[in-house]
Write a protein that binds this ligand. Sequence first.
Ligand code: ATP
Ligand code: MG
Length: 486
Amino acid sequence: METTTMPNWLKQRAYMTPERIALETAEESLTFLELHQEVLGRAGALGSLGIQKGDHIAILMGNSAEMVKIIHAVFYCGATAVLLNTRLTEEEWEYQFLDSRAKLIIASPEYYDRVPVNENKKLSLMDAVRLLQKPAVYEEEYDLNQTAVIMYTSGTTGKPKGVMQTFGNHYWSAVGSALNLGLHTEDKWLAAVPLFHISGLSILFRSVIYGMTVSLHERFDAETINQSIIHNKTSIISVVSTMLDGMLENLKERSYPKTFRCMLLGGGPAPASLLNQCKEKDIPVVQTYGMTETSSQFATLSMEDSLRKSGSAGKPLFPCQIKIVKESGAAAEINEPGEIMVKGPNVMKGYWNRQEATARALKKGWLHTGDIGRMDEDGFLYVLDRRSDLIISGGENIYPAEIESVLMEHPLVKEAGVTAVPDEKWGQVPYAFVVASENLTANELLHFSAKKLAKYKVPNGITFVSQLPRNASRKLQRHVLKGMMQ
Ligand code: ATP
Ligand code: MG
């Protein structure tokens, strides 16, 4: 018999471990049973507004217990949640609302008035809560092939695309993560990354699937988070490198207790200097590679390999496969760079309403990630850069991320972004934009990088700037750097 359905996850969890804490925030703490009951009220409210199975419901909220309840309520109605990034502009919200064909947008008070959508398609949270009622019917089972969430990519390389993540994708993502990191009864996963991103949302799914507490933070504050790890029994946290940077700076002479077992670092390349600091402080950092299209982590570097394989994103999760393919379509040799292709049950169904983009990305079950990487002799993945950011100089391939990482090793450099500029002799050469903390000269920094980089990789020039162009996810937009040269 083919298994395509499972019991409603939160309901099942409330049945199995009703008294266990599901969610902790600064204001409240909820058991799984309490969460289920709160969700029922909201599902009833949505049902009374005519929300039905198959509808798309946009959610525009910051991390909060209310957001968790609304997300589950949408699933209880059999609808698909379209999670909008709160840092986008009004036009971008409108685009994603229309593009996703959402029937309704649920927005929290701080965003409600700014949503450029017809009043009868907007629902304020206050109204949703005012309408609380028990639903007549709600989903008893989840269909693993159903799109649970449409989540837009970060838009680092172009216009964001709506990724269709199914319940099955999320189930396998949670299982793959547990098979790798293990499950401890006392686990508490801290979420300060946004729930509208896959890094945050995946924590909610793990919570109901594992029966694990989520410690939910409204925003990232280094001191509060360090306190939570030191005093509040946090065992795992998901971070991106800028967060980890801030946490280390704030930590100073203190150290993390043994109860803290995993600093899951993802979202982008990890600068070597950061990993070295973690090593010195004995911080259990687990590097990961993943994308919206893979419903969270796809490969991770386990603690036992972190010293030996520093800088690697590790090996695929158990249900997953990775191959490196050259431009010609042939498999790359050991350590030879090529496009990273991935296959597994956590890979998206496709891009919403983008048949061509889906056909280009998904071929015979393999997702063409658009990232370049290499696989070493032991099968460890190294992510080099995005294919679209590759610099080709005199026939040599240059990865901007490598140069950025070297520049950031300089103690006075805060941030660095590298892009290609046209060059008569070499075709293209790398050029750097740098945010530095004090009086650092371009000459000094060039001299520093010349000691660490092959000659053709040393930036052709450096411009100091006060900030680098970043998207709403704080990711560096290198194509904007190009424009800054003119
Ligand atoms: P868009 O697809 O719209 O351009 P995006 O790719 O930034 O945006 P996400 O899905 O949020 O959207 O990010 C996934 C990408 O982040 C990966 O494809 C990869 O380029 C980068 N990334 C993630 N983890 C790592 C890592 N460990 N090392 C290097 N790059 C990483
Ligand atoms: Mg992408």
